[in-house]
Design a binder for this molecule. Structure first.
Ligand code: ADP
Length: 160
Protein backbone atom coordinates (compact mmCIF):
# COMPACT_ATOMS: atom_id res chain seq x y z
CA UNK A 1 0.00 0.00 0.00
CA UNK A 2 1.51 3.30 -1.13
CA UNK A 3 0.49 6.24 1.11
CA UNK A 4 1.28 8.83 -1.54
CA UNK A 5 -1.24 7.41 -3.97
CA UNK A 6 -3.64 6.90 -1.05
CA UNK A 7 -3.55 10.63 -0.31
CA UNK A 8 -4.05 11.45 -3.96
CA UNK A 9 -7.09 9.18 -4.10
CA UNK A 10 -8.59 10.86 -1.04
CA UNK A 11 -7.91 14.31 -2.50
CA UNK A 12 -9.52 13.28 -5.79
CA UNK A 13 -12.56 11.80 -4.10
CA UNK A 14 -13.06 14.86 -1.87
CA UNK A 15 -12.32 17.34 -4.63
CA UNK A 16 -15.36 16.12 -6.56
CA UNK A 17 -17.93 16.27 -3.77
CA UNK A 18 -19.94 19.49 -3.77
CA UNK A 19 -21.57 21.29 -0.88
CA UNK A 20 -25.03 20.63 -2.38
CA UNK A 21 -24.35 16.86 -2.16
CA UNK A 22 -23.81 16.85 1.62
CA UNK A 23 -25.54 19.96 3.02
CA UNK A 24 -28.29 19.59 5.57
CA UNK A 25 -31.38 21.69 6.26
CA UNK A 26 -30.60 25.04 7.87
CA UNK A 27 -31.93 25.63 11.37
CA UNK A 28 -33.09 29.24 11.24
CA UNK A 29 -34.76 31.84 13.48
CA UNK A 30 -35.85 35.44 12.87
CA UNK A 31 -34.05 38.54 14.27
CA UNK A 32 -36.82 39.22 16.78
CA UNK A 33 -36.58 35.74 18.35
CA UNK A 34 -35.59 36.06 22.02
CA UNK A 35 -32.30 34.70 23.36
CA UNK A 36 -34.38 32.35 25.53
CA UNK A 37 -36.26 30.88 22.55
CA UNK A 38 -32.99 30.63 20.60
CA UNK A 39 -31.48 28.53 23.38
CA UNK A 40 -34.59 26.32 23.41
CA UNK A 41 -34.22 25.89 19.61
CA UNK A 42 -30.57 24.82 20.04
CA UNK A 43 -31.80 21.98 22.26
CA UNK A 44 -34.91 20.96 20.31
CA UNK A 45 -33.13 21.00 16.94
CA UNK A 46 -29.93 19.51 18.41
CA UNK A 47 -27.54 21.98 16.73
CA UNK A 48 -24.71 24.21 17.94
CA UNK A 49 -25.40 27.20 15.71
CA UNK A 50 -28.55 28.99 14.52
CA UNK A 51 -28.82 30.95 11.29
CA UNK A 52 -30.79 34.20 11.47
CA UNK A 53 -32.88 35.12 8.42
CA UNK A 54 -35.37 37.82 7.38
CA UNK A 55 -38.95 37.19 6.20
CA UNK A 56 -37.69 36.22 2.73
CA UNK A 57 -35.12 33.73 3.99
CA UNK A 58 -32.15 36.04 3.38
CA UNK A 59 -29.09 35.71 5.60
CA UNK A 60 -28.89 38.24 8.45
CA UNK A 61 -26.53 36.57 10.90
CA UNK A 62 -25.37 33.58 12.89
CA UNK A 63 -25.46 32.81 16.61
CA UNK A 64 -23.36 30.12 18.30
CA UNK A 65 -23.91 28.36 21.61
CA UNK A 66 -21.13 30.43 23.22
CA UNK A 67 -22.69 33.69 21.99
CA UNK A 68 -25.87 32.62 23.80
CA UNK A 69 -24.05 31.32 26.91
CA UNK A 70 -22.19 34.63 27.25
CA UNK A 71 -25.38 36.68 27.40
CA UNK A 72 -27.15 34.13 29.62
CA UNK A 73 -24.45 34.06 32.32
CA UNK A 74 -24.17 37.86 32.20
CA UNK A 75 -27.43 38.00 34.16
CA UNK A 76 -29.52 39.64 31.41
CA UNK A 77 -33.18 38.73 31.01
CA UNK A 78 -32.99 36.26 28.14
CA UNK A 79 -36.76 36.59 27.61
CA UNK A 80 -36.35 40.26 26.68
CA UNK A 81 -33.22 40.32 24.54
CA UNK A 82 -33.64 39.58 20.81
CA UNK A 83 -31.10 37.26 19.21
CA UNK A 84 -30.17 40.10 16.81
CA UNK A 85 -28.38 41.79 19.74
CA UNK A 86 -25.94 38.93 20.26
CA UNK A 87 -25.55 37.42 16.79
CA UNK A 88 -22.60 37.89 14.45
CA UNK A 89 -24.12 39.83 11.55
CA UNK A 90 -23.70 40.40 7.85
CA UNK A 91 -21.45 41.28 6.12
CA UNK A 92 -19.15 39.39 8.53
CA UNK A 93 -20.64 35.95 7.88
CA UNK A 94 -18.54 33.31 6.16
CA UNK A 95 -20.67 31.31 3.71
CA UNK A 96 -20.41 28.74 0.92
CA UNK A 97 -22.44 28.25 -2.24
CA UNK A 98 -24.07 24.93 -3.20
CA UNK A 99 -21.63 24.57 -6.12
CA UNK A 100 -18.47 24.94 -3.97
CA UNK A 101 -16.51 21.77 -3.20
CA UNK A 102 -16.50 20.44 0.34
CA UNK A 103 -12.73 21.05 0.23
CA UNK A 104 -13.41 24.80 -0.03
CA UNK A 105 -15.96 24.54 2.78
CA UNK A 106 -13.44 22.71 5.00
CA UNK A 107 -10.78 25.36 4.36
CA UNK A 108 -13.19 28.15 5.38
CA UNK A 109 -14.23 26.35 8.57
CA UNK A 110 -10.57 25.87 9.52
CA UNK A 111 -9.30 29.35 8.59
CA UNK A 112 -12.13 31.13 10.44
CA UNK A 113 -12.18 28.66 13.37
CA UNK A 114 -15.95 28.12 13.23
CA UNK A 115 -18.28 25.10 13.29
CA UNK A 116 -20.99 25.97 10.77
CA UNK A 117 -21.28 27.63 7.38
CA UNK A 118 -24.61 28.81 6.00
CA UNK A 119 -25.06 27.56 2.42
CA UNK A 120 -26.39 30.48 0.36
CA UNK A 121 -27.54 31.22 -3.15
CA UNK A 122 -26.59 34.74 -4.23
CA UNK A 123 -28.87 36.89 -6.38
CA UNK A 124 -27.96 40.28 -7.83
CA UNK A 125 -30.60 42.95 -7.11
CA UNK A 126 -31.50 45.73 -9.59
CA UNK A 127 -30.00 48.33 -7.19
CA UNK A 128 -26.56 46.75 -7.51
CA UNK A 129 -26.74 45.02 -4.13
CA UNK A 130 -26.93 41.27 -3.56
CA UNK A 131 -29.30 39.09 -1.60
CA UNK A 132 -28.19 35.83 -0.08
CA UNK A 133 -30.86 33.19 0.32
CA UNK A 134 -30.11 30.53 2.93
CA UNK A 135 -30.57 27.06 1.41
CA UNK A 136 -28.69 24.87 3.90
CA UNK A 137 -25.83 24.45 6.34
CA UNK A 138 -22.51 22.64 6.45
CA UNK A 139 -20.87 21.64 9.73
CA UNK A 140 -17.45 20.37 10.75
CA UNK A 141 -19.10 17.16 11.94
CA UNK A 142 -20.68 16.51 8.52
CA UNK A 143 -17.35 17.04 6.72
CA UNK A 144 -15.61 14.72 9.15
CA UNK A 145 -18.16 11.99 8.44
CA UNK A 146 -17.86 12.60 4.71
CA UNK A 147 -14.04 12.34 4.83
CA UNK A 148 -14.30 9.16 6.86
CA UNK A 149 -16.64 7.45 4.40
CA UNK A 150 -14.44 8.48 1.44
CA UNK A 151 -11.38 7.00 3.12
CA UNK A 152 -13.30 3.82 4.03
CA UNK A 153 -14.48 3.50 0.43
CA UNK A 154 -10.96 3.84 -0.93
CA UNK A 155 -9.46 1.36 1.54
CA UNK A 156 -12.20 -1.17 0.70
CA UNK A 157 -11.50 -0.65 -3.00
CA UNK A 158 -7.72 -1.03 -2.49
CA UNK A 159 -7.90 -4.31 -0.58
CA UNK A 160 -10.54 -6.06 -2.66
P1 ADP B 1 -18.82 28.55 19.65
O1 ADP B 1 -18.76 30.05 19.82
O2 ADP B 1 -20.01 27.97 20.32
O3 ADP B 1 -17.55 27.86 19.98
P2 ADP B 1 -18.17 28.77 16.81
O4 ADP B 1 -16.73 28.46 17.06
O5 ADP B 1 -18.81 28.22 15.58
O6 ADP B 1 -19.07 28.31 18.04
O7 ADP B 1 -18.35 30.36 16.76
C1 ADP B 1 -17.35 31.28 17.17
C2 ADP B 1 -17.80 32.71 16.86
O8 ADP B 1 -17.89 32.90 15.44
C3 ADP B 1 -19.18 33.10 17.41
O9 ADP B 1 -19.13 34.41 17.91
C4 ADP B 1 -20.12 32.99 16.21
O10 ADP B 1 -21.17 33.93 16.25
C5 ADP B 1 -19.20 33.27 15.05
N1 ADP B 1 -19.55 32.47 13.84
C6 ADP B 1 -20.04 31.21 13.78
N2 ADP B 1 -20.24 30.81 12.51
C7 ADP B 1 -19.87 31.85 11.73
C8 ADP B 1 -19.85 32.09 10.31
N3 ADP B 1 -20.24 31.15 9.43
N4 ADP B 1 -19.40 33.29 9.86
C9 ADP B 1 -18.99 34.24 10.74
N5 ADP B 1 -19.00 34.09 12.08
C10 ADP B 1 -19.43 32.92 12.58
Amino acid sequence: YNSQSGNTLVARAIGKIRVKDVKSLPVVVREATTVYDSIVTLFTEDVGTLIIVDSEGNLNGVVSRKDLLKIAIGGSDTHKIPVSMVMTRMPNIVTVSPEDTIFQAAKRLIVHEIDTLPVVRTFALPNGLERQEVVGRITKQQLRNCLLSSVKGIIRWKIT
